[in-house]
Design a binder for this molecule. Structure first.
Ligand code: SF4
Length: 330
């Protein structure tokens, strides 16, 4: 590992100033991904600005019924928070489906959003990878890509985003709050991560120096039935092969609101807008769910070795939607 400078910040403005003063700096949260990548030589920051002592470690009730989750709230604490479990169950389930107990105790909300792909070519500095080294090629395209994207990929990168939490946040219409050199702003969680296009080195819409300060869960999705389901190679401590987060409101016998997001199918959590549109105003029947999910997944472009993901994701989505609609249909 290359030597690096280290500074611990105690306020958000001091953190962004410390970052700006050190070209090549990275923010350090729980370090559960960044430190691994530093050991592999994939990340070589000139400096680490430690943000774990910032006053961003609380879950705050908002007027009107939403929740603001500070960026340094640990994944375990967020999953166990009574308000999250009761009002946003898909988020708690997604967090508990990720990583291991030890990692969840350390990983932060902001760091979870900013974790990088687990594409094996990205993690191996001897291999070509446009995300790690722009212009070097994509080793996965003709290589091992069973776990890679079926939606929204490009000739430059076919990686998937590994977060479970981010999939639930996308379905729940969460917002990501940021602070940077130009002040504060927020982005929809569903638009925080990017598709690769010809710039796969950029995972998110973050501007240089911006820090994730919080995630806001809206009152609009609080208390609605929501679920997260994940398929993986083993029962725990494995990344998703496909996953689905969904929230559903049925009113007067028809779907009044559906928020659906797929995980592990694309470079970002894939908000299923076409499926949601197909469901709006429809009776929550098996046929309606099948139609909606098929409309969404018709955009899939599987690679040589990952066509299995399409029927897998379809099956999970139908199961999730059927379970969510069950109380309204009984
Ligand atoms: Fe790199 Fe993306 Fe290709 Fe993986 S899929 S080797 S991350 S460019």
């Amino acid at each position: 590992m290359k030597p690096f400078d280290y500074v611990r910040a105690d306020t958000v403005t001091r953190a962004t100033a410390a970052y700006a003063a050190r070209p090549g700096a990275h923010y350090l949260g729980g370090g559960t991904n960044l430190v691994d990548l530093m050991k592999l030589g994939v990340e070589e920051p000139a400096a680490l600005v430690d943000v774990t002592r910032l006053p961003l470690d609380t879950v705050e009730e908002l007027p009107g019924g939403g929740l603001r989750v500070g960026a340094t709230v640990r994944n375990s604490d967020l999953a166990a928070h009574p308000a999250v479990r009761e009002r946003y169950p898909a988020l708690s389930q997604a967090l508990l489906a990720g990583a291991s107990g030890q990692l969840r105790n350390t990983a932060t909300t902001g760091g979870n959003l900013l974790q990088r792909t687990r594409c094996p070519y990205f993690q191996d500095t001897a291999k070509p990878c446009n995300k790690r080294e722009p212009g070097s090629g994509c080793g996965a395209l003709d290589g091992v890509h069973r776990d890679h994207a079926v939606l929204g990929h490009s000739a430059h990168c076919i990686a998937t985003h590994p977060s479970d939490m981010a999939v639930a946040l996308a379905a729940l219409d969460a917002e990501v709050e940021l602070y940077g050199p130009d002040g504060a702003r927020s982005l929809p969680a569903a638009g925080f991560h990017r598709l690769p296009g010809d710039r796969p080195e950029r995972d998110t819409e973050l501007r240089p120096g911006e820090l994730v300060t919080a995630v806001v869960l809206p009152a609009a999705t609080a208390g609605l039935p929501s679920l997260y389901r994940k398929a993986r190679d083993r029962a725990s401590y494995a990344f998703a092969l496909a996953s689905v987060a969904a929230v559903l409101r049925v009113q007067d016998g028809v779907v009044a609101h559906a928020g659906i997001a797929f995980g592990a199918l694309a470079h970002r959590p894939w908000r299923a807008r076409r499926a949601e549109e197909a469901l709006r105003g429809a009776a929550p029947t098996e046929a309606a769910f099948e139609h909606a999910v098929d409309v969404e997944l018709s955009a899939a472009r599987p690679l040589r070795d990952n066509a299995y993901k399409v029927p897998l994701a379809r099956g999970i989505a139908l199961d999730v939607l059927t379970r969510l609609a069950a109380p309204a249909r009984s």
